[in-house]
Design a protein around this ligand. Structure first.
Ligand SMILES: Cc1cc2nc3c(=O)[nH]c(=O)nc-3n(C[C@H](O)[C@H](O)[C@H](O)COP(=O)(O)OP(=O)(O)OC[C@H]3O[C@@H](n4cnc5c(N)ncnc54)[C@H](O)[C@@H]3O)c2cc1C
Length: 493
């Protein structure tokens, strides 16, 4: 089944509970803090239903057409197909929707490609993950995730000693039909716009934390589940022209709180297994297939920011200066690099058991690390090219409502080639990308969505061919001659 945009919006009116400060929000499709973002996600659903995109955004499985991101890849062509779909959706939000439906679906698909890891000595949840992927695929489900513990909860003992409730999410009891969970998790991006919430532990748990070792999925309207939204930038946007990105692409981040939420056994994937609880993402293709999308989405954003930089330079009359051209050339080169890093993930794909393939995880982690390292720099370069331009614009677009002020604005603020309003729109758009609160949240997002930067370095180190590196050194030390190490079978990189 493929939802249309309006069917998707209707599906969000399911009685979910979102707190925005002291206000309780029930319908994100009409509320001024969320409605435009909801409609931006709806456009992604409409794009999938558009006959022109049929072969790019959907595929056939079991006699039905499904969203491309539920495909379990079996060949390089499948990976190319998935990547093209990610690119299409990312471009639709200029890379601003990090957690579109094609992000966490990659995790679910990656887990379902290795269901046997969910079969342990104490439990067998392998069928659950297979069934869950099919459930999501067949109903066009949008899955959000919260797999990070609340800040300051690394040491449970301190809470216990001081007689305080340990806030981290855990199993509080078992019933015949499943488990009951209570506690907090961070930081479910896009949760108000998703159908399902995947809960787990991306970070290792300490010994003794069996109750916290729960991985499961619940509907967003589960009794006892509440979403605690951060400040809405959509709501505080002055107007579409003043804050075009905040207005349309504020995907929202929510702390989630569960109070006696019942999870049926068929939606439990890990229960009580501390080691598996966090290692499942790396033992399978989940973490790499999911975050492959993030590198493609980053590239859409980089192209957008580079395009903006060029337009700003032209509009401000600086584009002919060698130093400005150097900056633009630098940004263009960065785009070439991330493009190549995405191609590399696909070119050097990995073959898994069970007949499936995965993108090259080492190339993916390197690309994510590269994105971490360059995002601030890209934004700083765009900001610098803007000079004080945005500060020279009137406070907001209401200046156009007053005929007297409008006439003065249009005559004084226009340049020989650019109308005042066009300049206003361009500078405000660029500022929303790199200067506003919305932009500040993107700074954080690009820095933390996969965890802190040392985590990305750790993944790269884990996947690195240290033995080959050591072998090169040993060969040199052994004979001080030419390298004569055995060729890595057919491997170019
Ligand atoms: C915008 C945004 C969206 C997010 N979306 C999601 C989501 O959808 N789902 C989800 O599960 N999570 C999400 N996260 C959470 C994200 O995974 C965490 O923010 C991240 O893992 C960092 O954890 P923390 O915020 O608790 O910071 P902390 O772990 O407290 O880290 C704070 C600082 O301390 C440093 N630090 C911490 N430990 C060490 C150490 N051992 N050595 C050296 N330095 C250390 C970190 O580098 C960082 O600079 C999101 C975060 C942001 C900002």
């Amino acid at each position: 089944m493929q939802l249309t945009g309006s069917e998707y919006l209707a599906s969000l009116r399911d009685g979910r509970t979102i707190y925005l400060g002291g206000e309780t929000v029930r319908d994100v499709t009409t509320h001024p803090a969320f409605r435009n973002a909801a409609h931006s996600f709806a456009r992604l659903y409409d794009a999938k239903r558009d006959p022109r995109n049929r072969d790019v955004l959907t595929y056939e499985e079991g006699g039905e057409r499904h969203a491309f991101y539920w495909l379990m890849p079996r060949s390089r062509e499948d990976l190319v197909f998935r990547a093209a779909g990610h690119r299409h959706l990312s471009d639709m939000s200029y890379g601003m929707l990090g957690r579109s439906p094609d992000y966490f679906s990659g995790f679910v698909v990656g887990l379902a490609m290795t269901p046997e890891i969910f079969k342990t000595e104490t439990a067998d949840f392998s069928q659950n993950i297979l069934a869950y992927r099919e459930y999501c695929r067949d109903r066009d489900i949008f899955v959000s995730n919260a797999v990070t513990p609340p800040a300051g909860t690394r040491e449970r003992e301190t809470f216990v000693q001081r007689g305080k409730v340990f806030p981290a999410l855990r199993v509080v009891r078992e019933t015949d039909s499943g488990v009951v969970i209570s506690g907090m998790k961070l930081l479910a991006t896009s949760a108000p716009f998703a159908h399902e919430l995947f809960l787990g532990n991306i970070q290792p748990l300490a010994p003794g934390m069996e109750k916290e070792a729960i991985t499961c999925a619940i509907p967003m309207n589960s009794p006892g589940l509440t979403l605690w939204s951060r400040k809405s930038f959509e709501k505080s946007a002055v107007s579409e022209i003043d804050n075009p990105l905040s207005t349309h692409f504020d995907e929202t981040d929510c702390v989630i709180v569960c109070e006696d939420v019942e999870v049926p056994w068929e939606r439990v994937f890990v229960h009580g297994d501390i080691e598996l609880s966090s290692s499942l993402y790396y033992k399978t293709a989940a973490h790499s297939l999911g975050n492959h999308q993030a590198t493609i989405r980053f590239r859409s954003k980089l192209m957008f920011l580079t395009g903006l930089a060029e337009r700003i330079a032209v509009t401000s009359g600086t584009s002919k200066f060698p130093a400005v051209q150097e900056t633009l050339a630098h940004m263009a080169a960065l785009d070439g690099m991330i493009s190549a890093m995405i191609q590399g993930q696909i070119h050097d794909y990995e073959t898994l058991a069970n007949g499936f393939v995965n993108i090259n995880r080492r190339a993916m982690y390197a690309a994510i690390y590269w994105c971490y390292l360059h995002y601030d720099d890209v934004c700083a370069r765009l900001r610098e090219l803007m000079g004080g331009g945005v500060m020279q614009m009137p406070a907001d677009i209401s200046v156009m409502d007053d005929p007297h002020l409008r006439q003065k604005f249009e005559s004084y603020w226009s340049t020989t080639d650019h109308a005042a309003l066009d300049r206003f729109k361009l500078y405000k758009l660029a500022w929303d990308a790199v200067g506003t609160e919305f932009a500040g949240r993107h700074m954080l997002y690009e820095r933390f969505y996969l965890g802190p930067i040392f985590i990305a370095r750790g993944h790269s180190s884990r996947e690195a061919p240290w033995h080959e590196m050591r072998a090169l050194v040993d060969t040199m030390l052994d004979g001080y001659g030419y390298g004569d190490v055995p060729a890595a079978a057919g491997q170019m990189t």
